[in-house]
Design a protein around this ligand. Sequence first.
Ligand SMILES: [Zn+2]
Length: 267
Amino acid sequence: MKLFFILVSFLFTNYSPSPASGSHIEETTVWGQTGHRVIGLIAEVHLTRKASRKIEKLLAGKSLAFVSTYADELKSDRFYSKYSPWHYVNYPLETRYNPANRDDAGDVIFGIEQCIEVLSDTTSGIEDQQFYLALLVHLIGDMHMPLHVGREEDRGGNNIKLSWFSKSTNLHRLWDSDLIESVNLSYTELAAELNKQLSKKKLKQFDAGTYLDWVEDSHEAAATVYASAKQGDRLAFKYSYKYNDLLFTQLQKGGVRLARLLNQLFD
Ligand SMILES: [Zn+2]
C-alpha cells in the first residue's frame, strides 16, 4: 500500500516542497533541481545500451533527469522523514569517512548502499526497484554537491551567511542553487554543454573508483568551497569566474559516475 502510494504520488502529484524538520539542510534542502537534472541527463548519455533499455522499461519511459528530484519532493511529507538524513554526510574536513561514526539514522553512503541492495536483488518488486532507482539517481547527485559532504558544525555551510548579487543567502544555498541558476541555461542546455566539454581524458579519470572514493573526492571539493568564502562576504561575478569550473566538474563527475554505477547494476 505504501509503495503504491509512493508510485501514485510519483506519477501524478505536483509537489510544493516545504522544509523538512530536523534536517541539517532544512533551510535549503537541495542540490537544486537543475543540478540533479543535469547529472541525470549526463548519465543517460553514458549508459550502455543494455542498461539504458532496462532502465527505460523500469521507469516506464521517464528519464533519469525527470526522476532525479523525486527524493527532495518527498521531504515535504513527514511520512518519509526517515529518508531525510540520507541526502548528506558530515565529517571533519581533515578526516576520511568512517562508517563506524555513522549516525543511526544513516547518511548518504548508507542510503546509496540501501539502493544498491534493493536494485541488485532479483527478487525485489517492481515498485521497490522504481523507488530505489529514483532515490539512487538523487543521492549520487547530492553526493557530488560538495557541501552535502561538508562539516557538521556549520550544517554543511548553511550557517555561513553571505550575499550573492546583493541578495542574502548562505554558502550551502549558493552551491545548491544560486551559482548554477546564474549560469542561466536550462538543464538540457547545460547538460549538453558539459557533455561536449568532457574530454576522453576527463571521462577516463572520472569514470573510476567506487562511491567510497567519490565521497572523499567531494569532501576535498568541500574544503575548496569552505576556503572560497567567509561569513558576511558579498559575492558576485568574480566568484562565478573563479568557481564555475569546480561546479561544472562536480556535475560532470556526478553524471559519469551515476552511469558507471547504473551500468554495473543493470548491465
Ligand atoms: Zn537531496
